[in-house]
Design a protein around this ligand. Structure first.
Ligand SMILES: Cc1ncc(COP(=O)(O)O)c(C=O)c1O
Length: 451
């Protein structure tokens, strides 16, 4: 017999110690564990958070891969404050405000050549949905409506909406949610510790894994495939750096078969890899590129999709008074988000932050790789200011050892992030050498203490 839903009057069986913490259902969080022992951040400045006990906590993950310029940056704060008092909202459908145009122009000066149209969203997940829909509609508008298949990759993360989890390759994010989008297939992931463990930067082996796309063309026929979406660096499944030549190979196969290539640069965008975008670091230009996070330094939710001129032009046909692309959000190009993004771009430009990861990466890489030989470490991966340290899982308890390291570091005043049994580092791009030393030494201590 199916279980009945408990009546609203039934007493809660999960009430937390503090009733003030009952109502908030936290995202991607072990709610019960957290509410027993909350980790609360109350302010932030530069490289540090302050918690509710007044402790300074070194931010080793730029909030959540987004606070690339560090916290509480004056230009961003001021831009948001001014904007809120000047224009709180402007409808984005059939209307606009000047900063939306200004921001788009500023952004396409930074994107790889050719990606010169910007469509605004409010998050990485929305950027992904937007890009997938653009790809499908693009083929249809140009008379190839049979191209409906979308190809993602195992261990990919493209946010949490239905398109994103369909092309994504994280089982926990997919298995609860039914059959997802139909007509989706996945390339194999590129993680190959047997051949590539402890590679510095891009691993040597694995370019041939891009040939999976040829297999999919052979199986489904190119005339049914609209687009391939990959993260240049897969972050959420443990910092997987693309093997040398892999992205180039993927680009070639897409070109050969008329398939659009989408780069999801939600975490690699805005200086993380040493260039403004991963596409530039890896020397491969996609047809569509999704961003969010560092676009506003995390200060106001915002995302964007960059498209090639030819894709935009394809839509610009038919009677001029008709809408060309039936898609958009109430908060697309929200004035506060645009102001925050402009303040962010000013900050990045004034401090050279979009290329600073290239300057810091040698020191960072050497510090990170000094963890080789520390207890439980089985692989280390890095590029720009991104690092991954993979641990041997506790037998029968995946993710538990890494989570205990996270908790230990938090106790020591350092914020890291773990995904599965990998510790991920993505510090603000303003990081200095002494912060790197503290980050790595704290993790080393935690590894030594860990079971
Ligand atoms: C590659 C990638 N795509 C999409 C997303 C989703 O972004 P959001 O959480 O803003 O929806 C993320 C978030 O981490 C991401 O890493």
């Amino acid at each position: 017999m199916s279980q009945t839903i408990a009546p609203d009057s039934a007493p809660s069986t999960t009430a937390s110690a503090d009733p003030k913490r009952d109502a908030y259902w936290m995202p991607f969080t072990a709610n019960r564990q957290f509410k027993k022992s909350p980790r609360l951040l109350t302010s932030a400045d530069g490289m540090y958070f302050t918690d509710d006990k007044g402790r300074q906590v070194l931010d080793g993950i730029a909030g959540l891969w987004c606070v690339n310029a560090g916290h509480n940056r004056p230009r961003i704060v001021e831009a948001i404050q001014k904007q809120a008092a000047e224009l709180d909202f402007a409808p984005p459908f059939q209307m606009a405000h000047p900063k939306a145009f200004e921001l788009a122009e500023r952004l396409v000066e930074l994107t790889p050549a050719g990606l010169n149209k910007a469509f605004f969203t409010n998050s990485g997940s929305e950027s992904v949905e937007t890009a997938l829909k653009m790809a499908l509609a693009y083929h249809r508008v140009r008379g190839e409506g049979s191209r409906t298949r979308l190809i993602g990759r195992e261990r990919g993360y493209h946010g949490v909406n239905f398109g994103g989890i369909s092309v994504g390759g994280m089982v926990a994010n997919r298995k609860m949610f039914g059959t997802l989008l139909s007509g989706v297939d996945h390339l194999r992931h590129t993680h190959d510790p047997a051949r590539n463990a402890y590679a510095m930067g891009q691993p040597l082996h694995g370019a041939e894994l891009a040939d999976d796309l040829e297999r999919m063309v052979a199986l489904h026929d190119a005339s049914t495939i609209a687009a391939v979406i990959v993260e240049p660096i897969a972050g959420s499944t443990g910092v997987l750096i693309p093997p040398q030549g892999y992205l180039q190979r993927l680009r070639e196969i897409c070109d050969k078969h008329g398939i659009l290539l989408i780069f999801d640069e939600v975490i690699t965008g805005f200086g993380r890899t040493g260039q403004p975008f991963g596409a530039q670091t890896f020397g491969v230009t996609p047809d569509l590129m999704t961003v969010a996070k560092g676009l506003t330094n995390g200060a106001v939710p915002m995302g964007a999709v960059f498209a090639k001129q030819s894709i935009y032009d394809t839509f610009m046909q038919g009677p001029e008074h008709l809408i060309e692309f039936f898609h958009g959000y109430t908060y697309s190009a929200h004035p506060l988000a645009c102001a925050a993004a402009l303040g962010t771009l000013d900050t990045y430009a004034e401090e050279g932050l979009l290329t600073r990861a290239a300057e810091m990466q040698t020191y960072f890489a050497e510090a990170l790789h000094s963890l080789k030989g520390a207890p439980h470490v089985i692989d280390i991966r890095n590029l720009g200011l991104v690092g991954g340290v993979e641990l041997a899982p506790l037998p029968g308890e995946p993710a538990k050892r890494a989570f205990s390291i996270f908790l230990d570091c938090w106790e020591q005043g350092v914020l890291i992030r773990t995904t599965g049994d990998t510790i991920a580092f993505s510090p603000p791009l303003i990081i200095e050498k002494h912060h790197i030393d503290r980050l790595i030494d704290t993790v080393r201590g935690a590894l030594q203490r860990a079971a």
